[in-house]
Ligand binder design. Structure first.
Ligand SMILES: Cc1cc2nc3c(=O)[nH]c(=O)nc-3n(C[C@H](O)[C@H](O)[C@H](O)COP(=O)(O)OP(=O)(O)OC[C@H]3O[C@@H](n4cnc5c(N)ncnc54)[C@H](O)[C@@H]3O)c2cc1C
Length: 156
């Protein structure tokens, strides 16, 4: 049995390689609290980590490309999470149906460029956290050499 775990999936966003971003694998190495954290992705890891940073005092903006946070969950559960996180307590700011198209270093930390139906806009944040999914650690195991076929869904 192989249980080699997963790692953060880092999307191909232009400029991401030029900034020092946080993800689930390195966040404990960062000892400074960002004043404003831009979170790419609105899944359960993004929401868990957003709440963590918000509770410590960061302003947090969650950018999610689909129409709802926790998009893999039922719509009722997603709506109720939105209400609890945002409308009632005004804790997290959600930017839905919006894609991060690029990032670049700036005096404030980072400039994040967003694309939505309303067009392209840019905002400043101190730091970026990437939580856009997980990849299994199976790509360098040589599974093909023993005739094991991995699902294409996981090999991007
Ligand atoms: C931020 C975050 C929050 C999470 N929160 C929750 C939660 O609240 N509740 C929950 O149920 N789950 C949660 N999960 C998911 C949970 O961590 C995983 O589902 C679980 O750890 C998977 O267990 P695993 O044994 O498959 O892999 P892992 O726990 O990742 O273990 C894999 C092990 O394999 C080793 N390994 C890797 N490659 C090799 C190799 N080639 N040879 C030998 N060893 C190797 C690694 O060093 C590691 O020790 C969370 C995940 C993240 C990232």
């Amino acid at each position: 049995m192989l249980d080699t775990g997963t790692r953060s999936l880092i999307p191909h966003v232009p400029g991401l390689g030029e900034i020092e971003f946080i993800h689930a694998g390195n966040w404990l190495e960062h000892s400074t609290l960002p004043e404003h954290l831009a979170v790419i992705g609105g899944g359960y890891i993004a929401l868990e980590m957003s709440q963590f940073y918000r509770r410590l005092g960061s302003r947090v903006t969650v950018i999610e490309q689909s129409e709802q946070i926790a998009a893999h969950e039922e719509i009722q559960m997603s709506r109720s999470s939105s209400r609890n996180c945002w409308k009632k307590k005004k804790e997290l700011f959600f930017t839905l149906s919006t894609e991060v198209v690029s990032t670049r270093p700036s005096a404030e930390g980072v400039r994040v460029s967003l694309k939505s139906n309303e067009g392209i806009e840019e905002f400043a944040a101190a730091h970026v956290l990437v939580a856009t999914g997980r990849l299994p650690n199976t790509d360098d195991l040589g599974l093909e050499s023993v005739g094991v076929k991995a699902s294409k869904r996981w090999h991007r």
